[in-house]
Ligand binder design. Structure first.
Ligand SMILES: [Zn+2]
Length: 405
């Protein structure tokens, strides 16, 4: 028999899953109590979710055992299914794509199982990507999947499940990536904007940290805002595009078509380009940059680039009213003096600092944990009307968002 829950049922299901995600492990009674649900209601939802293997039961811990027995209810503990990969994550980068099976209980830093590279001058990148993806699928398998979550850079139109604009990977604007992935695994596929996944992942691992701006430095520079534990509600897919803030005097051309964007200075490529210029045009590598900073401290060009990034970050904090910045990606791999300089510059530019401290802290990328959170929300308990993680855009806004040709 297929159970089709009512809208209220869906709401309760989602609330229970989110609570369990936060608690890690809980009994039926604890879940009912903390959610203010009746025990029969919570118990019924738990049984349904156990039947479809979204939850699993584990033996009570020894320490908790005595208490449970004392209460006369040797209740079994529940958790999100950690024993099987029920979701698959695919992360599309500039050249590298990585794939991993995900259990619903995933909250650790990212671990990718398979990766492949796309040639820089590939004549038909979409076709080549599909071919490589099939090879990856043969290695990684994937049966019993609830769906695939595809993390992508650029502007994502959630309603159409497509990429509107991608400054660094233009071929993805024309390709129907979801259809390609679906042809490989034959399950539902969701495109997820990559910084949104990172921000939700950070929140999943740090539930008490529920108001922050996350800025990720990598092939590009992008941000996402979490307010009261949820992505900043916005009916437009353009948000967090902090890397495309122009920096006065910067003449570098950006993949978005503009000149002087901040990311041309502090993306991986931007940093290496500046380092190479500073080394009189010598070819340089990331490891050499790390070693250089360890040995000589912060070079002037890097200090200036970090200050330019900090101006954009502080501007965002001042507008939204946030006092916590989480930095992920390449900058966190450089010697600590780099993060310290960035944090100080952010502090200098933000109003909150006049009344206290502004936190600017490094954190690991937890993209997969964020993808799991979205997967639970949209694939395990799908209901477009209550979907908080992906605001829809109207038809009028879609027309307005067609990139200029
Ligand atoms: Zn740009």
């Amino acid at each position: 028999m297929i159970y089709v829950p009512s809208r209220m049922g869906q709401f309760n299901r989602r609330a229970l899953l989110r609570r369990l995600q936060r608690l890690g492990v809980a009994s039926r009674a604890e879940l009912a109590k903390s959610l203010g649900m009746s025990q029969p209601t919570a118990g019924k939802i738990v049984d349904e979710l156990l039947a479809i293997r979204v939850l699993e039961e584990i033996e009570p811990l020894e320490t908790a055992g005595a208490e449970s027995v004392a209460r006369g209810r040797p209740g079994r503990q529940l958790r999100l299914n950690q024993s099987q990969s029920r979701l698959l994550a695919v992360q599309l980068g500039l050249l590298e794509t990585t794939v991993a099976g995900l259990s619903l209980g995933a909250a650790d830093a990212d671990v990718w199982q398979v990766s492949f590279l796309l040639g820089r001058n590939e004549p038909n990148p979409a076709k080549a990507w599909e071919k490589q993806l099939r090879r990856a699928a043969a290695k990684i398998g994937g049966s019993n999947l609830l769906g695939v979550l595809l993390s992508v850079p650029g502007l994502v139109d959630d309603a159409q499940n497509r990429i509107l604009f991608s400054p660094n990977i233009h071929w993805t604007e024309k390709a129907d990536l979801a259809a390609i992935v679906r042809s490989v695994w034959e399950v539902p596929v969701l495109l997820v904007q990559e910084e949104r996944a990172l921000a939700l992942g950070h929140h999943a691992a740090n539930p008490d940290c529920d108001n922050f701006l996350l800025v990720d430095f990598g092939e590009g520079v992008g941000g996402a805002v979490i307010l009261d534990g949820k992505p900043l509600a916005n009916s437009l897919p353009i948000s967090g595009e902090i890397g495309h803030t122009p920096v006065l005097g910067n003449q570098r051309r950006c993949g978005c078509g503009a000149t002087g964007c901040m990311e041309t200075l502090v993306s991986l490529r931007g940093l290496l380009e500046s380092f190479s210029q500073d080394q009189r045009g010598q070819k340089t590598s990331w490891t050499e940059l790390q070693e250089y900073i360890f040995k000589h401290g912060l070079p002037l060009w890097l200090a200036k680039s970090l200050e330019a990034a900090a101006v954009a970050i502080a501007g965002a904090l001042n507008v939204i009213g946030l006092r916590r910045v989480v930095i992920t990606g390449t900058l966190t791999e450089l010697p600590p003096v780099v993060m310290a300089h960035l944090a100080q510059a952010v502090q200098n530019g933000s109003m909150w600092a006049k009344f206290g401290t502004v936190e600017c802290v490094p954190a690991p990328r937890r993209r997969t944990a964020g993808l799991v959170a979205i997967g639970i929300d949209r694939l395990v308990v799908p209901d477009a009307k209550e979907n908080e993680f992906s605001p829809k855009i109207s038809r009028r806004q879609q027309v307005a968002l067609k990139p200029k040709s």
